[in-house]
Each structure stands twice: as C-alpha cells, then as structure tokens.
Design a protein around this ligand. Sequence first.
Ligand SMILES: C[S@@+](CC[C@H](N)C(=O)[O-])C[C@H]1O[C@@H](n2cnc3c(N)ncnc32)[C@H](O)[C@@H]1O
Length: 229
Amino acid sequence: MKSEFDHYAGDYQGLLKDPIRDSFAKSSAFFHLRKWLLLEDFLRQSKLGGPQARWLDIGCGQGELLQLGRAAFGEVSGCDPSAEMLAGCGDLKVEVQTDLLKLPYPDQSFDLATAVCVYHHVPPEDRPALTNEVVRVLKPGGVFCIIEHNPYNPATQLIVKRAPIDANAILLTARETASRMRAAKLEPFRTTYFLYITEGLYKKFGGLEKYLEKVPMGGQYAQFGRKAR
Ligand SMILES: C[S@@+](CC[C@H](N)C(=O)[O-])C[C@H]1O[C@@H](n2cnc3c(N)ncnc32)[C@H](O)[C@@H]1O
C-alpha cells in the first residue's frame, strides 16, 4: 500500500517551494546543513558519536541529514514508511516501515535516534505509540532528538499552511514534544530554537543563533530527551 509521502516523492523539492522559504535559503540544502550543525554541536558537547556509535533517523525521507552526518558514527540507518522517499537515499542503509508505528529494528540498537519534521505528520493519538517504539530501540542512556517546525513562529505557520505536503500537518510546540518524551519515560534535557538567520547572512552572523536558542521564536526547534541507563 502507498504511504502519504509516496505521492510527493517524485516532485518533493518542487512541492516545498514557497516565497518565504526561498528567500530564507537558496535550497533545502541549507536547512539540512543547519540541522546537522546543531546535532554536531550536541555530539561534541555530549561526547556521543564516534566509531562505536549507531544513529537511526526515523522518517529519514531522502536521507540528506544521514548523508551529512554519517562520518561521525560507526553506523547510520534510516527508516520511513515511504519506499519512494527512501529511493533517494543512495547507498545508505535504510528500511521501509511497513507499519507506521513499528520500527523495524531490535530492542536497544541505537545510541542516537532522530525524527526530523516527522511528528507533525503523525496524528496526535499515534504519537505516544511511535515515541514508545523509539524508546524501545534506543540503548540505555541513548538520546532521542525531535526536530520540528515551531508553531510560535508566524513565518513557519504561513509556510506550513501553504505547503501541499503539509495539508494534514498538526504542529506541536516544544513543550508538547517534551511532555510526550516524559510520558514515554525519556528525560527531556535540552530545547534549542534555531533558524533565525538566513542562509545569506549565516556565514557572518550565524554565531548569533547561540544567543537566541532559548527564545521560542526560531523557525524550528530541537528537543532532546535521554533514556534512563
Ligand atoms: C517532511 S518529511 C521529512 C523527511 C526528512 N526527515 C527530512 O527532514 O527531510 C516527513 C517524513 O516523515 C515520514 N513519516 C510519516 N509518518 C511517519 C511515521 N509514523 N514514522 C516514520 N516516518 C513517518 C514521511 O514518510 C516523510 O518521509
């Protein structure tokens, strides 16, 4: 059976086009890079990553984030319900999720799990089951990072409202994300708001985002939670 994103995969970049988004960055590459820089910063501080470490990106789509970060881990994997999105993943190790709420991996397999712009496509009543699955596949002490659109940012709201791929999207605040993590027995420990500075200004002024990371106005946020040891 086709999944929702199988219908979008053929013209995925075209469907993301939006005048505000396009004036923020030339292409999606900047958005993926910005997320990788955020994760890389976290890995440096937390000493997670390295040749023994395993990373799973849930709802990895066409695998751009995994491609950017793969060298920082011993092994990276991706999964997604859309086989047609996964077809863009090249030589990455990826699996189709035949069940939207089951991850095709054994218990305690990963040091880091990420889900980037996935949860707003998951109906709220299904979010607890997906989060419990993520906790199942994380090793004790492993970290889950959810990156999401920030509903407090008016430009984000407008872009989501106009995007064909977001027709069914239900955005979630960082507070909701953290409380979902808590309900799944993850300890939320860090929230970082980002995407304040456009691609054109990022080289010169990107450092300023550090000072704004606690201000809930960035275009997106990253919420981190840890599984107990
Ligand atoms: C907006 S795309 C984001 C793709 C990628 N993470 C990125 O940042 O480019 C949302 C992705 O979530 C996937 N998705 C939707 N429901 C999901 C679920 N229950 N579990 C895992 N992935 C899901 C979709 O198939 C799609 O590839």
